[in-house]
Design a protein around this ligand. Structure first.
Ligand SMILES: NC(=O)c1ccc[n+]([C@@H]2O[C@H](COP(=O)([O-])OP(=O)(O)OC[C@H]3O[C@@H](n4cnc5c(N)ncnc54)[C@H](OP(=O)(O)O)[C@@H]3O)[C@@H](O)[C@H]2O)c1
Length: 246
């Protein structure tokens, strides 16, 4: 399906996968709404998109705040007239071993990675039901399939997103024509690991240097693939890893 003039909100659009996705979807004709907390970065990305002939709107906001999502939806409708898609991509990965009891980081991951997704769905759903359709794409992870050291809480959040996506699909797709996809990437070259404070995990990360990673554009292409199917096709899960990753 053609993305031309479809309006899609992308959370975590200031960096990595979200930024690459915004640029890809805009290049395919979608109106993209860029949401994250770093307004300056979003404005730079909007400028780049517009330089290439695309259409973008910046709405700075925190996915843990329902009022920020409501504001994003309202500005989106004022500017482009509708909300056709939501890509719940914002996320954090401050990995740590459980015995370090970095409970503040655990709670932040739950707030952003899980509750942020719930907030996004709650904000767009009334519009999508009124419109009799839409697309919701949730960026989960390979971490929903397997635990890795220091990832107990992160993997739990991404498992929650994967299962929530399946629940959404079963309840919304047949009844309301809202297609739902869970995207589950392996390692992607982005600044995601920058939030790690556990020194032992940082040491482990050094061992992983040199491992092949996907590029954010690879995930953007997978998201575009899911969005561009005919309405009758729901891509449930896209599990995408570097070809040499176990
Ligand atoms: N990189 C990987 O290997 C990998 C693998 C599997 C899944 N993922 C998932 O992919 C998604 C994107 O991550 P990435 O790799 O592209 O990392 P990234 O470059 O660090 O991007 C994370 C994005 O999330 C935003 N964000 C964080 N907290 C937020 C909040 N409270 N409200 C709004 N936005 C917030 C950040 O923007 P601001 O700081 O400006 O708010 C940033 O745009 C995440 O959900 C991650 O778990 C990544």
């Amino acid at each position: 399906m053609n993305l031309k003039d479809r309006t899609i909100i992308i959370t975590g659009a200031s960096s990595g996968i979200g930024e690459a996705t915004a640029k890809k979807l805009a290049s395919e004709g979608a109106n993209v709404v860029l949401m994250a907390r770093s307004k300056d970065k979003l404005n730079t990305i909007k400028d780049t998109i517009e330089t290439h002939g695309g259409k973008a709107l910046v709405v700075d906001g925190d996915v843990t705040k329902t009022s920020d999502f409501e504001n994003a939806v309202s500005k989106t409708v004022d500017t482009f007239g509708s909300v056709d898609g939501l890509i719940n991509n914002a996320g954090l990965m401050p990995l740590s071993y459980i015995n370090k009891l970095k409970t503040e980081e655990w709670h932040t991951m739950v707030d952003v990675n899980i509750k942020g997704v719930l907030n996004g769905v709650a904000a767009v759903l009334p519009k999508m039901i009124d419109n009799k359709g839409g697309d919701i794409i949730n960026v989960s992870s390979m971490a929903a399939h397997r635990y890795f050291p220091g990832g107990a809480v992160y993997c739990a959040t991404k498992s929650a997103v994967k299962m929530f996506s399946e629940g959404l699909r079963q309840e919304l797709t047949p009844k309301y024509g809202i297609n739902v996809t869970s995207i589950e990437p392996g390692a992607v070259a982005t600044p995601l690991t920058d939030t790690i404070t556990d020194e032992d995990i940082k040491d482990n990360m050094k061992d992983m240097m040199g491992m092949t990673t996907l590029e954010p554009e690879d995930i953007a292409n997978a998201i575009h693939y899911a969005l561009s199917q005919p309405k009758r096709v729901n891509i449930n899960d896209v599990y995408i890893v570097p070809s040499d990753q176990q």
